[in-house]
Each structure stands twice: as structure tokens, then as C-alpha cells.
Design a protein around this ligand. Structure first.
Ligand code: NCD
Length: 311
């Protein structure tokens, strides 16, 4: 039986193709639990999970909470406004204090890229799962995105995946690039020049395009990103109207992609900016399917970091 050798999941960059496949296939198995009338199994009974979110979240935090509860873990939520970080406590001290209460897994979202590696070193007896760190990675989002693409195409190998928007500040883009490259997809990125990092090609099987048209032409998947204004030091575009004109997805430019292309977005969506409502609510959008798959993926992540074996 295949096993997962990592205590933590911090970045898809750190995982092999086989480990990513294992997480995705476990998530496929976990999905069955989410469709039962009684959505609970005893797998993580007696385990304690702490959700430590230093940044806003709707989907990811709720999804990890539901995932932990469906596996019968005890879950505690800590948010910045209620944590002692507002009183000046360092991340290291918060971590050591939480560790004293013997949690099994800490799921953290933090604005500092790399904060989880720091946390992991201080918590040798507790698993750390990254729910998004600054502009670095968002592995659970990358995994749920890949599962949703696999559901649609039955494979990831050979897909043309366009990622459009604020690539520079997107941890979602980075996790998808790391994961999809390992799975054999080809990624085409496009965005305003101020939002596409130089050297992005070096991250994996990535082609940087100068126009949105080039990126989405004949694409199997069109993944749109929100402009991460909270991470931009200054405004990197003249106006949202101009952004929508050149980098927004609408029913007209969507026709450039393959006829059955799937449209994705990690949320939250700014309707009328990165995507028109026609596309968000249209039949090519798989956005709510991504959210649905998120629970199963996070169940798989929680299960494997504490050494679970596939049933
Ligand atoms: C993303 C994030 O937080 O990085 N959201 C999410 O987790 N679903 C994307 C975003 O905030 O734009």
C-alpha cells in the first residue's frame, strides 16, 4: 500500500508526482463520505486540529473545518482578531503555546510567504498544513483544482491550462504551476506586465504570453485570478475597467478556448472585473465544483499528514 512520507504539507513544490496522485486519489475516495446522509467517519477520532487563520478566508477555512469534522477530529478555530497576535505575541510564541496543548495538526493561513517552514521547525510533533502563505503557495487549492480538472477530462497530462490575472501575487497560480507541471500539463500565463513576474517560465512547464488571447486560445482550462490588491504595494493597473477590457473573461473571448473548455476561479470573484457574470453563471464554469471538491481534498490532506493509509 502506498503511504505518504511527509509530516506537513506546505507546498506542492515539495511533493512528488506520486504523492500528488495519492492525495488526489484519496480525495476521490473521501468524496463518497460527503454524499452520504450521515457525513461522518471515525478516522480522526481523538485527534485535535487547530485552524489558525491570520488572513481572511471563507472557503478554505470552512472547508478545512468541515473536512476535519467529517473525519471526527476535534477542531478549534483561531482568527487574528481573537488571537494574542493583536497583543504583540510572535508567531513562534503562539506556536509553542499551542503545541503545549498537544494538537495533532495546525492548519495555518499567514500573510508571510514561508511562515509554515518556520512553524514546522518549531513544531516537531505536530503536522502543519499550509492554507495559503503570502504569495508563495496554496497547496489545498492546487490539489482541488487538479481534482476538478481530472473529473472533467479524466487526465491532467497534456492539458493546456491558461492562468490569467495577477500571477505575481497569486499563491494559487504558484501551486497550480508546481502541481500541474508535475502532472504533465502545459501552463500559459497572461496578465498586465506589472502582474506577471519575470522568469515565471522557470517555475515549471510555463509559457508567458503577452496577450490574454494567446493564453486562452485552444485552452482546455481557463483559470481566472482575482487581483490581489491587498498584496500590491501600489496600484498596478490604470483602472478596473481597463483591466476587464484586456484581461477579463467574457462570453466573446471565451470562444477562443476549446468549445468544451472549463472555466475555473478560486474565489472570491470580483464579478465584472476578472470575469463577467455571464461566464461565472454559465455552463462552462466549474467554480462551485471546485468548492465541493475542496472538502474531499482537505479530508485527504488531514488524513495523510498523520500517517493514514488508504482504506
Ligand atoms: C485564494 C487565496 O486566498 O489565495 N482564495 C482561496 O483560498 N479560495 C485566492 C484569492 O484570494 O484571490
Amino acid at each position: 500500500m502506498k503511504s505518504f512520507a511527509h509530516k506537513d504539507i506546505i507546498a506542492l513544490r515539495d511533493l512528488s508526482k506520486e504523492e500528488i496522485e495519492l492525495l488526489i486519489s484519496t480525495a476521490e475516495t473521501m468524496r463518497e463520505i460527503n454524499n452520504r446522509p450521515i457525513k461522518k467517519v471515525p478516522t480522526l477520532r481523538g485527534r485535535t486540529v487547530i485552524n489558525l487563520f491570520y488572513e481572511a478566508s471563507t472557503r478554505t477555512r470552512t472547508s478545512f473545518e468541515i473536512a476535519a469534522k467529517r473525519l471526527s477530529a476535534d477542531l478549534v478555530n483561531i482568527s487574528p482578531s481573537t488571537s494574542s497576535s493583536t497583543k504583540g505575541e510572535t508567531l513562534s510564541d503562539t506556536a509553542l503555546n499551542l503545541l503545549a496543548m498537544k494538537p495533532d495538526i495546525i492548519v495555518m493561513r499567514h500573510s508571510a510567504s514561508g511562515a509554515h517552514y518556520f512553524l514546522s521547525k518549531r513544531l516537531p510533533t505536530c503536522s502543519v498544513i499550509n492554507a495559503g502563505d503570502g504569495t508563495h503557495e496554496h497547496p489545498s487549492q492546487g490539489l482541488l483544482d487538479m481534482l476538478t480538472m481530472k473529473d472533467r477530462f479524466g487526465r491532467l497530462d497534456g492539458l493546456k491550462v491558461a492562468i490569467v490575472g495577477d500571477i505575481t501575487h497569486s499563491r494559487v497560480a504558484r501551486s497550480n504551476i508546481q502541481g500541474l507541471t508535475k502532472m504533465g500539463s502545459h501552463i500559459f500565463v497572461a496578465g498586465p506586465p506589472t502582474m506577471v513576474p519575470p522568469g515565471v517560465e522557470k517555475l515549471g512547464n510555463v509559457t508567458a504570453c503577452s496577450t490574454m488571447k494567446e493564453a486562452i486560445e485552444d485552452a482546455d482550462v481557463v483559470m481566472m485570478l482575482r487581483i490581489q490588491q491587498e498584496r500590491q504595494g501600489k496600484t498596478l493597473m490604470p483602472s478596473t475597467g481597463e483591466y476587464a477590457k484586456y484581461f477579463g473573461l467574457n462570453p466573446v473571448n471565451l470562444k477562443l478556448a476549446k468549445p468544451d473548455a472549463m472555466v475555473m476561479h478560486p474565489g472570491p470573484i470580483n464579478r465584472g472585473v476578472e470575469m463577467s457574470s455571464f461566464v461565472v453563471d454559465g455552463n462552462q464554469a466549474h467554480i462551485l465544483k471546485q468548492v465541493e471538491n475542496g472538502v474531499a481534498v482537505r479530508m485527504a490532506m488531514l488524513y495523510h499528514v498523520i500517517g493514514g493509509e488508504p482504506e
